[in-house]
Design a protein around this ligand. Structure first.
Ligand code: SF4
Length: 302
């Protein structure tokens, strides 16, 4: 994203869309300049132009209004983890530790672990929702959903050591769904799909103590460790960031991908139309956010 000219931002403080629109109309050159700065996508340029002319606020406007960014936050050197703060590390002013004693390394590491845990929670919980949908599909409580890739379902069942021969897809899906939900809090001390990794990689994880023990456990422990007065060693905090990431990557996210395939079909390579070119003038256009397919796939099927 192109940073705006600081002088321009200082001179032009806009309070509302209406004001900004009025001002933009007076400055067609600015509209032209911003259109070029904001995207290289020729299809998006006309829309950006309309948004600027009509005062429709977009992500670029909000970004510009946020400038200049807080440099302590941008560098990870601020902390508002507890009520004794917020604290910032400013060595030139002698502020080298937060009130609790955390130094710059620890504050940066805690902030990073916090970010990792948030991402891992978001992806993994998405997986949980998909698995719950598989379970409801299996027991006949999810109207409209079906098991689309039974072959993949059976492959996953075999990874858990299930007998697949005599069971229907629905019976197997029920058992697989329950086994996958169990992975979130498993006490066996590893997530099943981490066994898919090359042996050499697994050995490295074990040697460094970053084999994920369960999906939820690593996220909860991350939140525990970033709390004031808990984690004190930045290297240890960062190692737990790796373990939390692996719990998501080989746990929650991988389960989300595999069960999305079971429910909605394993993707194949095909030709498609993308971008704003899909919008049709004479149709009602419905834009779907497909990141979590549980709803969007069903809207498409309907
Ligand atoms: S945890 Fe420490 S650095 Fe963070 S706000 Fe509290 S006292 Fe300040």
């Amino acid at each position: 994203m192109v940073k705006p000219d600081p002088e321009y931002v200082q001179k032009r403080i806009v309070c509302s869309d209406v004001e900004r629109a009025r001002e933009s109309l007076l400055n067609p050159k600015i509209i032209e300049q911003k259109k070029e700065e904001r995207t290289i996508d020729e299809l998006a340029k006309p829309l950006i132009e309309v948004s600027l002319k009509e005062g429709i606020e977009t992500v670029w406007d909000r970004y510009e209004k946020q400038q200049p960014e807080c440099k302590f936050c941008a560098e990870g050197l601020s902390c508002s983890r507890c009520a004794m703060g917020p604290c910032r590390i400013i060595p030139e002013h002698g502020r080298v530790r937060g009130v609790c004693g955390a130094d710059a390394d620890l504050i940066v590491a805690r902030n990073l672990l916090d970010t990792i845990a948030t991402g891992a929670a978001a992806h993994s919980d998405h997986g949980r929702e998909i698995i719950e949908t598989l379970h409801k599909t299996a027991i006949g409580e999810a109207q409209g959903y079906t098991i689309t890739d039974g072959v993949k379902l059976r492959r996953i069942a075999e990874e858990f050591g299930f007998e697949t021969e005599r069971l229907t897809d629905e019976e197997l899906a029920r058992d697989v769904a329950l086994a996958l939900l169990e992975e979130y809090g498993t006490t066996k001390n590893y997530v099943q799909f981490s066994r898919r990794a090359p042996e050499k990689t697994q050995k490295i994880w074990n040697a460094t103590g970053i084999t994920p023990r369960s999906v939820d456990r690593e996220i909860v422990e991350a939140m525990h460790r970033v709390h004031m007065g808990v984690g004190a060693d930045y290297a240890n905090i960062l190692l737990h960031g790796l373990r939390t990431s692996l719990g998501d990557g080989w746990g929650g996210s991988m389960m989300a991908t595999d069960i999305s395939d079971v429910l909605f079909k394993t993707p194949e390579i095909n030709e498609s139309t993308v971008n704003l070119g899909v919008v049709k003038k004479d149709h009602v256009n419905i834009a779907l956010h497909g990141h979590n397919p549980v709803l969007s796939e069903m809207v498409v099927r309907a």
